[in-house]
Write a protein that binds this ligand. Sequence first.
Ligand code: RP5
Length: 167
Amino acid sequence: MTDIVQAPLVGIVMGSRSDWETMQHAAVRLEALGIPHEVRVVSAHRTPDVLFDYAANAAARGLRAIIAGAGGAAHLPGMLASKTAVPVLGVPVQSKALNGMDSLLSIVQMPAGVPVATFAIGNAGAANAALFAAAMLAVEYPAIGEALDAFRTRQTNDVASNDDPRQ
Ligand code: RP5
């Protein structure tokens, strides 16, 4: 892709290393679409100063979207959004105690004025957050739009050519 710079365009952040099992699904999708990205553990409650720095510098470093995953009392996406105008895509990580309902409600129920786009709980949410970031970037980077179109066409063809579930 000639029109893509190599500096990260998307930041994938998560509250704990334990979230990587889920959040790797976002990284895999960005990688497949050729979108430069970075991956960091940034905890809202364990490393709040790192969170503030990350959010405060995100726009200046060229990030166009931040995919933020967290579980339980999942305030990471909302706190990031409070400190940057870079769009934050929140991924509720499936928690052990409440199966991710706690994560989902923590992320989706933002008061008016500080939006966080919220995706499905778990792996599907992580994957879709990456595809959504790609759709946002396609406006500025046509090669990403082409990669996204090609992925969608492959996905459609895969379903159409395997439409007998007995085989
Ligand atoms: C949240 O607490 C993290 O996002 C993670 O989903 C959850 C549990 O973290 P660990 O105790 O596994 O580090 O902050």
